[in-house]
Design a protein. Structure first.
Length: 194
């Protein structure tokens, strides 16, 4: 039985003036949460949505489980809500640049924070973090030229690229290509390196 934490951070779920629901994971992954005839889907989106009202916000975990009797072996997104975590099943993972929409199953199941952390193992053997192979993920971007680079939106990061030297840009490009793979940001770095 193991759990792999793919991502962990802060999220916001808000509604636009046109009553569209937008899910933001870590300030840099934006998804429209759409209800359709075949169920709900997440659609990859840009960060240009006007916020009418916040539905919920807090901590999130994106987790892959393997052989855990309480969770199916597909990616799960846990969104904190009222002290617990709401379980959202992602049968095919989150949308990507190549596959911009994926089915999502928002369950009624909630998991207490302590119980979720037990499942994640908080560093016990059998639980690993996708980035490090360990239980807790260190801040990998602390030595980068832009502090908290991972937490910035593409727009926020682009503004700060102009002040960097070529070596710093190359370092950021390598980091981005290995981690979040935001194509727009990689393109902006490449443009400045020309």
């Amino acid at each position: 039985m193991s759990a792999t934490v793919q991502r962990h951070g802060r999220y916001t779920l808000f509604e636009t003036p046109r009553s569209n629901r937008i899910l933001v994971l870590g300030d840099n992954q934006w998804f429209a949460w759409v209800s359709g005839q075949q169920g709900e889907i997440l659609v990859r989106s840009e960060d240009e949505h006007e916020r009418e009202r916040t539905i919920q916000e807090g901590e999130f975990y994106l987790v892959d489980f393997e052989n855990d009797p309480d969770f199916t072996d597909v990616p799960h997104l846990f969104l904190s809500r009222n002290g617990d975590f709401q379980e959202v099943i992602l049968p095919n993972g989150l949308p990507t640049d190549d596959d911009v929409q994926k089915r999502v199953v928002a369950t009624e199941k909630t998991v207490a924070a302590g119980e979720l952390k037990q499942h994640l193992g908080a560093g016990e053997s059998g639980t690993r973090d996708a980035a490090t192979g360990e239980g807790e993920r260190p801040k990998a971007d602390t030595q980068l030229a832009i502090p908290d680079f991972d937490e910035l939106s593409v727009r926020g990061a682009k503004i700060r690229l102009d002040d960097l030297k070529p070596d710093e840009l190359r370092q950021l490009r390598a980091y981005e290509a290995e981690h979040k793979q935001r194509k727009t940001l990689i393109h902006e770095i490449d443009r400045r390196l020309r």
